[in-house]
Ligand binder design. Structure first.
Ligand code: NAD
Length: 462
C-alpha cells in the first residue's frame, strides 16, 4: 500500500492525480512568478533542514557528510538558484520569421508545461535524483507526483515531509512505496514520466507509457569506460579516476566502471591508485567511504570479484560496508566485466593497441559517460568518435555531470532524453508553435477557381 500519509491527506493515488489535473487546469502554474515562489519555498526548506538531510543520507547509505553535502544538498540548492535566475529567459516565447505568403503575421514558439508529471527516483543519490527532476518539472509549470526509492527509506520519509511543507499537495506530492505503487501510478493519466534507475525497470516503464502514449525520459545506467593514454600525468590522473570511482562507494551511474590502460604503465597506475586508496580510506575507511545500500547488493558486488585483488582494509558485512578494491589484472571475460559494478571495485585492464581496443566497443551498449585521459587531441577525438556515450569527460571523471549548463542523459542503452538546467526545463515542456494572422485582405491566398493560377505560381514560386 502506498504511504498515503505523505500525500497530505489520506487519499488514493487516483484522487491525488485527479486533484493535480484540476490544479493544473486552473492555470496558476502558468505564471512564472508562481513557479519561482514555489522553488524559493523548496530552497528555504532544504536550507532549514540541512542537518536532517545529512542524517538521513548517513542512515540510508552511510554517506560521508562532505559527499552528501556536495552531491545532494549543495547540488540541489545551486540548481534551484540557477533555475530561478534563468527561468524568465527559458520560458520566454521565441519570435520567428514568416514565409512571405503569411504576411502580415506573427509566429512564435512557446514552451508549454506538459501537465501532471510522474518522477520515479532511484536510491543512490536519493535526494538529488528526486529533487533535480522535480525542480525542472516545477520550473516548467507542471504538477508532480514524486515516487522516491523505497530502498533509501529515511531519505524518502524526509522528502515527503519537506515537500508537504513546501508545496500544495495538488501541485506537488510524494507517494511512497515500491514496485506495486509504481505499477498503480503507471495506470494513471500522467502527461509525462521521468524515470531514473536500471534499464530492466526502465523497459517496464517505457512499455507502460507506450500503452498510453505518454512521453518518457529514461535516465539509465551501464558500464562507463575510462580509457587512459600513454602521455598522462599518472599522479593527477590516478587521483581523478579514484576520486570519481570511489565517491559514494562507486554507487554512481556515471562513475568510471573500469580502467583501460597501456600495458607499460599499468603497474605504475595500480601502485599509485593503491597508495591513494590507502591514504584516503586506509585509516578511517568507514568514515570516508559510503556503505553499500543493502545486503543483496553487497553480496552481488562481492560475487563479481575474482582473480588477483588489491584490497584496502576489510569488509564489515553486518554494516554493508565494503572495503575498496582494485583488480589489477582484470580481463574482459571476468564476471566483473559482465555487468555494471555499482560498487567500490575497480577493474584495470591492460591494452597494447588503441585501434584493437576501440574495435571491442563496436556494436556494444553505449555508456552514460565515457572517460579518457590523454594530452593528445587526436587520441581524444579518436576515442570520442569510436564510442557513443551520453557525455564525455576528458582528463577528469564526473565533472561534466555537475555543470548545469550541460544537458545530462544517456544514449541507446543508457537512456533517452536530457535534463539539468535548461535541458530539464525543456524536458518537462513542449514547444508549441503559434501563428497569428490578421483578418485583412489575403493577397497571396490560393483560392479556387484555379484557372491560370498554376502558370503564375510556377513563375513566382520556383
Ligand atoms: P531500480 O530500477 O531498482 O529502481 C528505481 C525505481 O524504480 C525505484 O523508485 C523503484 O521503486 C522502482 N522500481 C523498482 N523495481 C520496479 C519494478 N519491477 N516495477 C516498477 N518499478 C520498480 O534502480 P536502482 O537500483 O534504484 O538504481 C540503480 C540503477 O540506476 C543503476 O543501473 C544506475 O546506473 C542507474 N542510475 C542511473 C542514473 C542516471 O542519471 N542515468 C542515476 C542513478 C542511477
Amino acid at each position: 500500500m502506498p504511504d498515503m500519509e505523505s500525500t497530505g491527506k489520506n487519499r488514493s493515488i487516483p484522487e491525488v492525480v485527479k486533484s493535480q489535473e484540476v490544479f493544473f487546469r486552473a492555470g496558476g502554474t502558468r505564471l512564472i512568478e508562481f513557479r519561482k515562489t514555489a522553488l524559493r519555498r523548496l530552497e528555504e526548506s532544504i536550507q532549514k533542514n540541512t542537518d536532517e538531510f545529512l542524517s538521513v543520507l548517513s542512515q540510508d547509505l552511510g554517506k560521508p557528510e562532505v559527499e552528501a553535502y556536495l552531491a545532494e544538498i549543495y547540488f540541489v540548492l545551486s540548481e534551484i538558484r540557477f533555475t530561478i535566475k534563468n527561468l524568465n529567459r527559458w520560458a520566454k516565447a521565441r519570435r520567428v520569421g514568416n514565409p512571405f505568403y503569411f504576411l502580415p503575421a506573427r509566429s512564435e514558439v512557446r514552451q508549454e508545461p506538459l501537465g501532471p508529471s510522474l518522477v520515479i527516483a532511484p536510491w543512490n543519490y536519493p535526494i538529488q535524483l528526486s529533487l533535480s527532476p522535480l525542480i525542472a518539472a516545477v520550473a516548467a509549470g507542471n504538477c508532480v507526483v514524486l515516487k522516491p526509492s523505497e530502498m533509501a527509506g529515511a531519505s524518502a520519509d524526509l522528502l515527503a515531509k519537506i515537500i508537504r511543507g513546501a508545496f500544495d499537495p495538488a501541485h506537488v506530492t510524494v507517494v511512497q512505496g515500491g514496485k506495486e505503487v509504481v505499477e498503480e501510478l503507471l495506470t494513471q493519466p500522467f502527461k509525462f514520466i521521468f524515470y531514473t534507475g536500471s534499464g530492466k525497470v526502465g523497459k517496464i516503464i517505457a512499455k507502460a507509457a507506450a500503452e498510453k502514449l505518454i512521453p518518457v525520459v529514461l535516465e539509465l545506467g551501464g558500464k562507463c569506460p575510462c580509457i587512459v593514454g600513454k602521455d598522462i600525468d599518472l599522479v593527477e590522473a590516478a587521483e581523478r579516476i579514484i576520486g570519481g570511482k570511489f565517491f559514494n562507494a562507486g554507487q554512481t551511474c556515471m562513475a568510471p566502471d573500469f580502467v583501460l590502460i597501456p600495458n607499460e604503465i599499468r603497474a605504475a597506475f595500480v601502485e599509485k591508485a593503491e597508495a591513494l586508496l590507502e591514504e584516503w580510506y586506509g585509516k578511517s575507511g568507514q568514515e570516508n567511504l559510503a556503505r553499500i545500500i543493502n545486503a543483496n547488493h553487497f553480496e552481488r558486488i562481492r560475487n563479481l570479484v575474482s582473480g588477483e585483488v588489491v584490497e584496502i582494509g576489510e569488509d564489515v558485512p553486518d554494516k554493508d560496508w565494503m572495503a575498496p578494491r582494485i583488480l589489477p589484472e582484470a580481463d574482459w571475460d571476468d564476471p566483473v566485466m559482465q555487468e555494471e559494478i555499482f560498487g567500490p571495485v575497480l577493474p584495470v585492464i591492460a591494452y597494447d593497441d588503441l585501434d584493437e581496443l576501440l574495435e571491442r566497443f563496436t556494436g556494444k551498449a553505449s555508456p552514460l559517460a565515457l572517460y579518457l585521459f590523454s594530452r593528445d587531441e587526436k587520441f581524444q577525438e579518436k576515442v570520442i568518435a569510436a564510442i557513443p556515450s551520453g557525455s564525455v569527460g576528458i582528463n577528469d571523471t564526473m565533472k561534466q555531470a555537475t555543470n548545469l549548463k550541460l544537458p545530462f542523459g544517456g544514449v541507446g542503452n543508457s537512456g533517452m532524453g536530457r535534463y539539468r538546467g535548461e535541458a530539464g526545463f525543456e524536458a518537462f515542456s513542449y514547444a508549441r508553435s503559434i501563428t497569428k494572422r490578421y483578418l485583412i485582405k489575403d493577397v497571396f491566398a490560393a483560392r479556387p477557381p484555379y484557372d491560370g493560377l498554376l502558370e503564375k505560381m510556377r513563375k513566382i514560386l520556383k
